[in-house]
Write a protein that binds this ligand. Structure first.
Ligand SMILES: Cc1cc2nc3c(=O)[nH]c(=O)nc-3n(C[C@H](O)[C@H](O)[C@H](O)COP(=O)(O)OP(=O)(O)OC[C@H]3O[C@@H](n4cnc5c(N)ncnc54)[C@H](O)[C@@H]3O)c2cc1C
Length: 277
C-alpha cells in the first residue's frame, strides 16, 4: 500500500476578467481595482491534491505568492478540504517575472520540508506562461510531468498520464515529483461542510486563523531578495498591444430557394468584389 505524507498544491489569485472592473480601456489590468478569483486552472490542481489525500493519505498544503488579499484563495482551499495554507507576501516580490516567481516559490517549498507530490495548475489566466511549475521542478531538481490528466501512486513512484497530440502517454516518476494538472482532469468538487464550517470559525477568530493560514516573507524562507522582484527578473515587457477587434455583420438566411439567397448575398459590395477576383 502506497502512503503519502505531504502534498503541496500551488495556487494563484488572478483578476476575474469576466468582471469589467479593473480592466483598463487598453486591455491592461488595474490589479488594485480588479475583482479577484482563484486561477481556474488551479481548481484542477487542487482537486488532484485532494484526491491524493483521499486515496493515499497525507496532508494538503496550499501555497500562494501574492499580495495579502491572496489569503482569500487559501481559505477557499481550506473550504474544499486542504489542511494548511501558506502565503508568501513581500513588497520585494513586486514585478517578479516567472523566473523570480519560481525562485521564490521553490524557497517556500524548501522551507516547508519534503513533499511527496507537488501539484500546479497548467497555466494562469493572467500571466498565461505555463512556466512556473516546470521552473520550480528544475530549481528543486525534481522529475516533472506537465499536462497530466490522471495519475496513481505505486509505492515510491507515481504514474502520470499526460495529454499529447493525438493521444496520451504514461510517465513513471520517482517521488518527490512535480505534476502540472491539465484542465481535462476532474472538476473541483463542492466545498465540504466541515471545510466551510472551519473557515467560518477561522474568520471569527484571528488567532486560530493564523495557525492555519500563515503569511511568510522572503526572510522567513531564506530567499535572496536580489533574485526576486524587478531585480531578479530578466524579462522586460517592452510594449503591450491590444488586439484589434474586427467588426462585421453576419447575415443568416434560411428556408428560401438557394438561388435567392446567393443572389442576395452577391448584392453586397464586398462579395461582389470577391466574386470578380
Ligand atoms: C517583467 C514582468 C513583470 C511582472 N510584474 C508583475 C507584477 O508586478 N505583479 C504581478 O502580479 N505579476 C507580474 N508579472 C507577472 C508574473 O510574472 C506572473 O504572474 C508570475 O510569474 C506567474 O506566471 P504565470 O502567471 O504565467 O504562471 P504560469 O506559469 O502560467 O502558472 C502555472 C502554475 O504555477 C503556479 N503559480 C504561478 N504563479 C503562482 C503564484 N504567484 N503563487 C502560487 N502558484 C503560482 C500555479 O499552480 C499556476 O497554475 C510580471 C511579469 C513580467 C514578465
Amino acid at each position: 500500500m502506497s502512503s503519502i505524507n505531504n502534498i503541496f498544491v500551488l495556487i494563484k489569485q488572478v483578476p476575474d476578467q469576466s468582471a469589467k472592473a479593473g480592466i483598463n480601456p487598453d486591455g491592461t489590468i488595474d490589479r488594485a481595482k480588479a475583482k479577484r478569483m482563484l486561477n481556474p486552472f488551479d481548481r484542477f490542481a487542487l482537486q488532484a491534491a485532494l484526491h491524493t489525500k483521499q486515496q493515499y493519505g497525507g496532508k494538503v498544503t496550499a501555497i500562494s505568492m501574492g499580495p495579502p488579499p491572496a489569503a482569500e484563495i487559501l481559505l477557499e482551499a481550506i473550504e474544499h478540504g486542504a489542511d494548511m495554507g501558506y502565503l508568501l507576501s513581500d513588497r520585494r516580490l513586486a514585478a517578479s517575472d516567472t523566473l523570480a516567481t519560481a525562485y521564490a516559490l521553490h524557497k517556500v517549498i524548501q522551507h516547508l520540508g519534503q513533499p511527496d507530490l507537488i501539484f500546479c495548475g497548467l497555466q494562469t489566466t493572467d500571466g498565461d506562461t505555463a512556466q512556473v511549475g516546470p521552473q520550480i521542478a528544475e530549481r528543486l531538481d525534481l522529475p516533472q510531468t506537465s499536462y497530466c490528466e490522471d495519475f496513481r501512486v505505486e509505492g515510491d513512484k507515481v504514474m502520470a498520464r499526460r495529454v499529447i497530440e493525438g493521444g496520451y502517454q504514461w510517465v513513471k516518476m520517482a517521488m518527490p515529483a512535480m505534476i502540472t494538472v491539465a484542465n481535462s482532469y476532474h472538476h473541483l468538487e463542492y466545498k465540504t461542510i466541515r471545510g466551510a464550517r472551519k473557515v467560518q470559525m477561522l474568520l471569527r477568530n484571528e488567532e486560530e486563523k493564523s495557525k492555519v493560514i500563515k503569511t511568510i516573507t522572503l526572510d522567513d524562507v531564506g530567499a535572496d531578495p536580489t533574485l526576486c522582484g524587478l531585480k531578479g527578473s530578466p524579462t522586460i515587457v517592452a510594449k503591450t498591444d491590444k488586439v484589434a477587434e474586427i467588426g462585421g455583420n453576419c447575415k443568416v438566411r434560411q428556408g428560401e430557394p438557394i438561388e435567392h439567397m446567393v443572389r442576395d448575398l452577391l448584392q453586397t459590395t464586398n462579395l461582389r468584389e470577391f466574386a470578380r477576383v
